[in-house]
Design a protein around this ligand. Sequence first.
Ligand SMILES: Cc1ncc(COP(=O)(O)O)c(C=O)c1O
Length: 385
Amino acid sequence: METNEFIYLDNAATSFPKPPEVLTGMNEKYARYGVSPGRGSYDLAVYAAELVWQTREKLARFFNAPDPNRVIFTANATDALNLAIQGLLQPGDHVVSTQLEHNSVLRPLYHLRERDGIAYDLVPFDEHGLVSPDDIVKAFKPKTKLVVISHASNVLGTVQPIKEIGCLCAEHGIPLLLDVAQSAGHIPINMLEWQVSAIAFTGHKALMGPAGIGGLIISPDLELQTTRFGGTGVDSLNLRHTQSYPHRLEAGTLNMPGIFGLSAALDYLEQNKTKMQQQKTQLTKLLYEGLREIKGIRLLSPEPKAESVPVLTCTVKDRDASVIGEILDGDYQIAVRTGLHCAPLVHKALRTAETGAVRFSPGPFNTQAQIKLAIRAMAEIAAML
Ligand SMILES: Cc1ncc(COP(=O)(O)O)c(C=O)c1O
């Protein structure tokens, strides 16, 4: 099969291309208002601070979080997860998490285990890629101080029953930290209704914003210790870091282009979400049906459901996934993510840690024709190997 078109199917790593409206909105705002917000009393600085505040408000609405002051800007989801995990745990605490987690959860937990002697248990997932809420409760111990879980798996595309898990955590008085890196922008997230204590998001995936901006949103009944200290533009004589939110967890100059880009992205999503959602769901279904028919392909992702995120992962005849990725790129100009997807325990559980796997993640700008080309390419590769 001959194809000259570049086909990007790595949107779970980062969405690409970005909508022109997002890039234009970001550039225009940064060109006009890109001064340090809240640090000067001149009009432009005050207006820049107002734009930052409006973005906090938009995010609070988007995730149904009660207090925009508790929307903390971070570099990405990894940064937000570190802020929450390190700000919450004390030596000797116990954490419940899952085997579906990304290294952005596993590594901070491991670090605190080494440094502070925290302990954790990682609940397994079943053949549908789901974690049982009862298993989470069974893992609770007297010293459990946190449940941290990814809303959607970046390997399988499956979505966890967070409302149920949130309810059980609330009953036991244990804060729930939700990693929405793979779900935000694909499925609605309701912090208040699901009783989530904190969510960590990233701007550059399905939210369609630029890289380098993300955030942590904290419910009013959760207090986090400051783990980074510095200038906040308020109470500067005090050597103690500002304790009120959002300054408590934000130190240094904010990422203004990132915040402007994220703000434009949230507007874009608001206007286009139905159309985008339909497209992503259709393409994922088409891809699943096509890959399922190919001899030699083992799909690790279960059949996509209405609420699944557009991620499908597979192996081909137990061959090293990087070989498949190189052929897809070199011969077909198709970009996918191969390897372990920073989620090593998922691959261990599925016995694909040695070979890795090939992950397809369609975005709203892919077409049916591109998906059909990807299916044909995979059929040719599977027949050839
Ligand atoms: C489930 C999950 N959590 C966290 C992250 C980290 O996101 P970021 O690299 O933007 O910090 C990712 C990124 O792939 C992810 O898939």
